[in-house]
Each structure stands twice: as structure tokens, then as C-alpha cells.
Design a protein around this ligand. Structure first.
Ligand SMILES: Nc1ncnc2c1ncn2[C@@H]1O[C@H](COP(=O)(O)OP(=O)(O)OP(=O)(O)O)[C@@H](O)[C@H]1O
Length: 511
């Protein structure tokens, strides 16, 4: 047989096969095709020396995106970008870098201790969109891992763990951190539910720019780092991997700035929990479960968030209050009532949120409360173990000022520093106020002008404080004199044997 004849026969055989395949795809019932595919795969698996593992993108009854799939995707994106022929590009992190992932139906090989494995990313489109009501639900993506049977044990026991661990580390490095907040929203049935929504977290604060005494700052930093590396330690002592911080101090002392610095140091997400929009304890628990690991859950101004006494005020009878009211004010009152009762979160609900059995789900979470009035808080809420570390954010000291001078004016020392140091020792000024004075307001304002501005503000604050102290001392003196006079008066009456009772005077014996 000549070469030409061979090619002719091969060509017609191919054409015939393609025709049969097209007929099969088009006219063979879709359900039967699935059977054929399944059994042919089983047959291949029986004779093939390779075995395969499938990792679906969506798993579980509620079809949640699988963490394992995401980890594999990250692992392969880091390892395949030099080998895969077709890559997909995604922009990450401040739109500055590009993340390359394997495109659909691409195959790459990986090497694990000398064992060759093959990964393929597969996307199955629905066979026939017209059959399905929600075509996109039928789309399936998965990774297929193929490896020789003889390495089954090592792959199952070590390789997959290695891929997931590495992949998670890559995701953490590449991810954009998020700032979540809970917003009330109406669901389909009109019920109000509060849900997390997020924006990209981009606060520039860091421990370097945080104005605070160096020793205290280092202590907090070390505590945070120790916590973030403490997974095994927490497991060993049988404690959930979480830590509570209470930040207290006057407004403008850097409590919010400290939270941002914490998140940036640990590379954590931030969940800013607005308690007043949480309906009740079960909704609070739901929000907690929805938070992810590597996160800081913040409740700012906890003292004014809710009436967390653990006791609800008794509700008044409706008619009792509403009588005689016009419909508009009645409606207004109803709305007010609605918003008041909108949060029925109790102290015990919040305590459960912090360290109840549910709080252990997920792990690696920091809970931060901030308050301007620590003395107002229920001791149960802030006892050690719940709020493990209490940090006082106080007025600006000289060390903190030096950080601000470096941040705002790029200077480490100046002849006016000594004067500022003396003034800061005598006067209370928040870092926010110091920062405001140090910030140049125009191009003409150089460092000296800004430092002089701060000195003037400090002297003004000292004068005000002295006047206030003088006034207070006078008031106290007046009060003391009044009390003394009252005591003298009552002493005189007692001496005369009478106690004054309004208009009439009674003898002591008759009382
Ligand atoms: N310790 C600090 N270090 C650096 N900057 C600070 C510090 N304290 C305050 N600031 C500056 O003052 C501004 C206000 O501070 P911040 O919001 O962190 O204070 P706060 O204690 O959270 O106040 P509030 O109790 O009113 O919420 C910040 O944007 C920051 O620029």
C-alpha cells in the first residue's frame, strides 16, 4: 500500500469517526451520555496505572466555595506561572501587581520529593443550556490531580497537605485585606437582617507611626506577634485561639489608630461591629460565625453601644402611653420604639460572643473593645480572660511627641524640644491635638513655625487648666464652708434640744 493510499484511508477513517462523534453528541440522549462517560471512566481507571483525585470548586449541600480548591488554585498560580502555556491574569493589591492563575483546561506538572504529579484545571459547561433553568448552576470547575498508583499513600498523606498549606500561605500574601461592617438590610420576606459588607482595608497606620511610649509599644507588638504564632500553644493549653484587647482612654488618644496598626502588623482583616444594628443575641452569634480567621473584631465605644446591664427595661403597656396622641406622633413614637427595641443584645449575649462555645469556631481572632469611660463598663465584660490585655491610651508624653515630630516634620531633635518636654509634663494634650498643631498648614510653615504653634497651644492649654483648677478649688472651698456652717447650725439646734422639721419645731423627746 502506497503512502498516498494510507493517508487517504486514514483521512476517511478520521472523517468517519468525527461524524459518528458529532452524531453521538447531538442525538444520543444527554442522560445516557452521562452513563457512558461514567462507565468508560471506570473502565479506564481499572486498566490505567494512574489514579486521580478531583477537587471541586463548590462543595457541600449549600454549595460553598471550597477552601481547598482556593488553596490549590493559589498553590498552582505560584508554581505554574513559569510552566503553563495559558494563564489568566487578575489584578491584586492596590492594582499594583498581577496574579497569574492557570487557565481552564490547562495542565501543569509538579514535583514532590522526586514524584511527578499532574494537575489539570477543568471547566465543564452545561451540555445544553436550554434544558436548565439556571444554566450557570450547572457549570462545574474542578482540579484533577493525576499520579501513579504506586505513590498513592505519600500523595494522600503528605502531598495534598503540603499543597494546601503552601497555597494558604500564598493566598494570605496576595490577598487584599478587607474592612467589614454590619449593615441592616431587608431580606426577601421583608425581615430585617444584619449582614457583613466590606471595602478594601487601606489604613496606613503602623506601630512605627503610632505615638506612644516605646516600651509600651514594644510590649503590645510582642504580645500580638506571640499570639499570631501561638496556634500550637493555644491547642496545648486547651484554649480557643483568640485574644481580647481593651483600649481605653480619652478621645483622640489613638485607639482607632492602634487597631489599624494591629491589623497592618498581623495582616488581618477588620470586622467593625456596630452593636446597635444587631437585632438580638442569635443574630450576633450568626455574625460571629460568618467572620473568618486572621481577623480583628472591633466594637468601638462599647460603653455607649448598648444598655448592657443584662436587664431589659420592662415594656410599658401600649394603650397606657398612646392615649390622647394624634396619629402622626403615635407613628413617630412607634418608629422610635421600633429602633429602640431593634437591638435586644444582652450582656450575656455579648459575653457568649466573646468566649462562649461558638467563639472558638475559626480561631486566630482578636476581639477589641474601645471605650472612653472604662469605669462605666460591667466588670464581667472586661475581666481578664475575656479582655486579656487592658491598654490605656493616654495623653501625649514626650516620647510620643517625638514620634509625631518625626511623622509630621521629619525631625528627630530641635532646640525647642526641651521646652515642649517641660510643657508636656505639666499639661494634658491628646496626640490628636499635638498632631494637628504639628501639621504644616501651608508651604510657608516650616518646622520651627509648627513647633512654636504647638508651644503656644500647650501654653494656652496649661493656662486653661490652671484657671479650671483654681475655679474648682474655689468651688470646693465654698462647698466646704457651706457644709461647715450647716454642721454648726445643726450643732446649735441640738444644743438647744430641738430638731427643725419645716415649720414646726419638735422637742427631741417627742420624736
Ligand atoms: N497615638 C497616636 N499616634 C498617632 N496618631 C494619633 C494618635 N492618637 C491620635 N492620633 C491622630 O489623631 C487622629 C484621631 O485619633 P483616633 O481616631 O485614633 O483616636 P481615638 O482614641 O480612637 O478617638 P475616639 O475615642 O474619639 O474614637 C488620628 O487620625 C491620628 O492622626
Amino acid at each position: 500500500m502506497s503512502v498516498v493510499e494510507i493517508y487517504t484511508q486514514l483521512g476517511s477513517a478520521m472523517a468517519g469517526l468525527m461524524f459518528v462523534w458529532a452524531m453521538y453528541e447531538r442525538y444520543f440522549p444527554y442522560q445516557l451520555q452521562a452513563y457512558v462517560q461514567r462507565y468508560s471512566q471506570k473502565l479506564v481507571a481499572l486498566v490505567s496505572p494512574y489514579f486521580q483525585i478531583i477537587f471541586d470548586e463548590y462543595t457541600g449541600e449549600d454549595l460553598r466555595r471550597s477552601d481547598v480548591y482556593a488553596a490549590i488554585q493559589s498553590y498552582l498560580s505560584a508554581n505554574s506561572s513559569m510552566r503553563a502555556k495559558k494563564l489568566k491574569a487578575d489584578v491584586v493589591k492596590d492594582s499594583k501587581s498581577v496574579l497569574l492563575t492557570m487557565d481552564d483546561h490547562e495542565e501543569v506538572t509538579d514535583d514532590f520529593n522526586g514524584i511527578k504529579v499532574s494537575w489539570t484545571s477543568i471547566k465543564n459547561n452545561p451540555k445544553n443550556n436550554s434544558y436548565t433553568f439556571y444554566p450557570e448552576l450547572d457549570e462545574r470547575r474542578y482540579f484533577k490531580l493525576i499520579v501513579h498508583r504506586r505513590y498513592r499513600e505519600i500523595i494522600v498523606k503528605s502531598y495534598i497537605d503540603h499543597v494546601i498549606k503552601e497555597g494558604k500561605a500564598v493566598s494570605v500574601k496576595n490577598r487584599q485585606r478587607k474592612l467589614y461592617t454590619n449593615n441592616p438590610s431587608k431580606n426577601w420576606y421583608g425581615w430585617r437582617a444584619t449582614k457583613w459588607s466590606h471595602v478594601v482595608f487601606e489604613h496606613p497606620a503602623s506601630f512605627d507611626t503610632l505615638a506612644m511610649a516605646t516600651k509600651k509599644k514594644e510590649e503590645i507588638k510582642n504580645d500580638l506577634i506571640k499570639f499570631s504564632k501561638g496556634k500550637n500553644y493555644y491547642a496545648k493549653i486547651g484554649k480557643a485561639w483568640k485574644r481580647g484587647y481593651l483600649l481605653y482612654g480619652p478621645p483622640g488618644t489613638g485607639k482607632s489608630t492602634m487597631i489599624a496598626a494591629m491589623a497592618n502588623l498581623l495582616n488581618y482583616d477588620v470586622y467593625d461591629l456596630e452593636l446597635t444594628t444587631v437585632k438580638d443575641n442569635s443574630e450576633l452569634r450568626k455574625l460571629l460565625i460568618e467572620t473568618t480567621g486572621k481577623s480583628i473584631i472591633v466594637i468601638e465605644d462599647i460603653d455607649c453601644s448598648l444598655d448592657l446591664t443584662g436587664q431589659r427595661k420592662p415594656k410599658k403597656g401600649k394603650d397606657e402611653d398612646d392615649e390622647g396622641k394624634d396619629p402622626i406622633s403615635k407613628k413617630k413614637k412607634e418608629e422610635e420604639e421600633e429602633s429602640k427595641k431593634s437591638s435586644e443584645v444582652t450582656l450575656s449575649g455579648l459575653l457568649n460572643f466573646i468566649d462562649g462555645i461558638w467563639s472558638a469556631c475559626g480561631g486566630e481572632r482578636i476581639i477589641v473593645f474601645t471605650t472612653n469611660y472604662v469605669e462605666k463598663l460591667d466588670p464581667a465584660l472586661i475581666r481578664r480572660g475575656r479582655m486579656d490585655k487592658h491598654i490605656e491610651m493616654s495623653y501625649c508624653c514626650f516620647e510620643a511627641f517625638k514620634v509625631l515630630a518625626q511623622n509630621y516634620l521629619d525631625i528627630e531633635s530641635h532646640e525647642l524640644f526641651a521646652k515642649i518636654q517641660n510643657l508636656l509634663e505639666e499639661t494634658k494634650m491628646t496626640p490628636a491635638d499635638v498632631a494637628e498643631n504639628l501639621m504644616p498648614k501651608s508651604e510657608n510653615e516650616d518646622e520651627e513655625t509648627c513647633l512654636k504653634k504647638l508651644i503656644a497651644a500647650l501654653e494656652e492649654a496649661r493656662k486653661k487648666a490652671e484657671e479650671e483648677a483654681k475655679l474648682k478649688a474655689e468651688q470646693e472651698k465654698e462647698k466646704a464652708t457651706e457644709e461647715e456652717e450647716k454642721e454648726k447650725e445643726s450643732g446649735k439646734i441640738k444644743e438647744n434640744g430641738f430638731i427643725s422639721n419645716g415649720n414646726c419645731k419638735l422637742s427631741e423627746d417627742s420624736v
